[in-house]
Design a protein around this ligand. Structure first.
Ligand code: TYD
Length: 137
């Protein structure tokens, strides 16, 4: 387990009609959601992510299917399996995330604290590691 990441149990309302899961800022997620995007139609064996964010915080949810998120904070690595729509993975700033092992038909929803800004992305791994260690020092 690494500090900037944690699994979050979301509020689920299940009855004989199915399940309904809620994500409410201030309760299920500790930031205002400014943007949502989802990844879907992912080919077999494809990997996504492989970047970090300087400021953005995210909650990642496998709303259908499942996948693995490997997170690295510049010091430690942790792997999380998301395979339940009522489970979220909170990812804080300066965490390198790689998403792999997508089950066929998976849909990954990401709720984010920022509007899209390419300048917020760290896409170079070596640069990310260097910056993460400087920030932690
Ligand atoms: P990318 O960061 O490669 O996706 P992933 O996080 O799954 O690895 O983004 C794919 C493309 O989509 C890239 O050209 C940037 C664009 N994009 C937006 O325009 N807005 C967004 O909010 C996001 C997340 C991506």
């Amino acid at each position: 387990r690494i500090d900037p990441c944690r699994l979050v149990d979301l509020s689920e309302h299940a009855d004989d009609r199915g399940r309904l899961t809620v994500v409410q800022p201030g309760r299920d997620v500790g930031f205002e959601v400014r943007r949502a995007f989802y990844i879907h139609d992912i080919p077999d064996g494809a990997e996504r992510g492989a970047h970090g964010h300087r400021r953005e915080r995210q909650l990642i949810i496998a709303v259908h299917g499942g996948f693995e998120v490997v997170a690295y904070d510049g010091f430690r690595r942790a792997s999380f399996v998301l395979d339940n729509p009522s489970l979220g993975l909170y990812v804080g700033p300066m965490v390198w995330c790689e998403m792999t092992g997508f089950a066929p038909g998976s849909v990954g929803l990401v709720l984010a604290s920022q509007e899209y800004d390419e300048a917020d992305y760290c896409r170079d791994y070596d640069e990310f590691c260097e910056d993460a260690r400087i920030l932690a020092a």
